[in-house]
Design a binder for this molecule. Structure first.
Ligand code: KG4
Ligand code: ZN
Length: 344
């Protein structure tokens, strides 16, 4: 079936039209309008500006992606996220669902990031997740470990107690004088650095749970940068590499402990920080070493950050379970947790 996916929960307005089936999903058309250039002037996402820009972009993007096609269903991110952006996507989606009399699917943004691993390309065709699965979702707003015994069942086994990992990357990026978002820039600078050069903390690494904390690492980075002037390229590279290593150590270690306990068939990575090459590499190496029989599913880099295709795929599986929402009843849910959907 043809599903229109609409995403506007943060700073990207993203729309995609997919042909979805049990065998896999094919992208017919997709488009994203990024607001990064505007928000980077302020050092972070300004909700009021985000809402206004989503409102400007959404109709042209939907027209561009759909052309003359009428979708069989519309999936839209209803939460979690910034309310100013969510309302724009949800209002657009419910209007079209009412006009065309097609099912409306209120989709969970985190569920979208989890399903991004099913979005394929010509080189890497789409294939379904094999359950039970364990997902590590790492983005600007979330850091979570989610166990899914079967499709549609979610158990959040761990989460961050304070900053999300992407937020930590961005805040430390700001301390380094890098434009928002700092994550990708730190990652590039880290490529030629020595990962053992600076001893930074690994918060909650040894605690017997699956929770995370990144504010202590951010503070340690702040003190280090206060006390050391990074005047050379190599000093900056060493700092970025050591910082990235501290983050990867914690994320990989906790994920391996969860694999040990929950014995999933697949491990999935999702969210903006899933674009981080070092994290992808460390996760792959460690899983191969400790649990070689476990399948690792990494999203294509383009689908790590917010996009419409992941929302269409997550929405497709909801329609298969008849979890749709009448257009009269949909509303935004900025505080949703993974697995939360409208129960109708
Ligand atoms: O999923 P996303 O687009 O938006 C949210 O739902 O939050 O994630 C954006 C986050 C930002 O914090 C950004 O710095 C981070 O993903 N990010 C990265 C990389 N690419 C994006 N962090 C580290 N390394 C990267 N290569
Ligand atoms: Zn996201």
């Amino acid at each position: 079936m043809k599903i229109l996916g609409i995403e506007s929960s943060c700073d990207d307005t993203a729309v995609a039209l997919l042909e979805c089936s049990e065998q896999g999903h094919i992208i017919i058309s997709e488009a994203t309008a990024s607001q990064i250039n505007v928000h980077s002037r302020y050092g972070g996402v300004i909700p009021e500006i985000a809402g206004r820009l989503h409102a400007e972009h959404i109709t042209p993007l939907i027209e561009q992606v759909l052309g003359k096609t009428k979708p069989d269903a519309i999936a839209v991110t209803a939460g979690p996220g910034l309310i100013t952006g969510l309302v724009v996507g949800v209002e657009a989606a419910r209007t079209l669902a009412a006009l065309w009399n097609v099912p409306l699917i209120a989709t969970n943004h985190i569920d979208g990031h989890i399903h991004a691993v099913e979005v394929g390309s010509d080189e890497q065709p789409s294939s379904p997740i094999i359950f039970p699965a364990l997902a590590l979702v790492v983005s600007g707003g979330h850091t979570e470990l989610v166990f899914m015994p079967e499709r549609g069942t979610y158990e959040r086994i761990g989460k961050t107690k304070d900053d999300a990992v992407g937020e930590c990357f961005d805040k430390v990026g700001k301390l380094l004088g890098l434009a928002y978002p700092g994550g990708p820039k730190i990652s590039t600078l880290a490529e030629h650095g020595n990962r053992q050069a600076i001893d930074l903390p690994r918060p909650m690494h040894d605690q017997p749970n699956y929770d995370f904390s990144f504010s202590g690492l951010k503070t340690a980075a702040l003190y280090y940068l206060r006390d050391h002037l990074l005047t050379t390229e190599s000093a900056r590279a060493d700092f970025c590499a050591s910082f990235e290593e501290a983050i990867a150590d914690v994320l990989v270690h906790k994920t391996m402990r969860a694999v040990q306990e929950f014995t999933p068939t697949s491990v999935l990575l999702g969210g903006g920080v899933a674009a981080n090459n070092h994290l992808r590499k460390r996760l792959a190496e460690q899983l191969q070493k400790q649990f070689p029989e476990t399948i690792l599913r990494l999203p294509l880099p383009y689908y790590t950050t917010d996009n419409g295709a992941m929302i269409a795929v997550a929405g497709y599986y909801q329609t298969q379970k008849n979890k749709t929402t009448p257009w009269q009843k949909i509303s935004v849910s900025p505080q949703w947790h993974v697995g939360d959907i409208f129960s109708e």
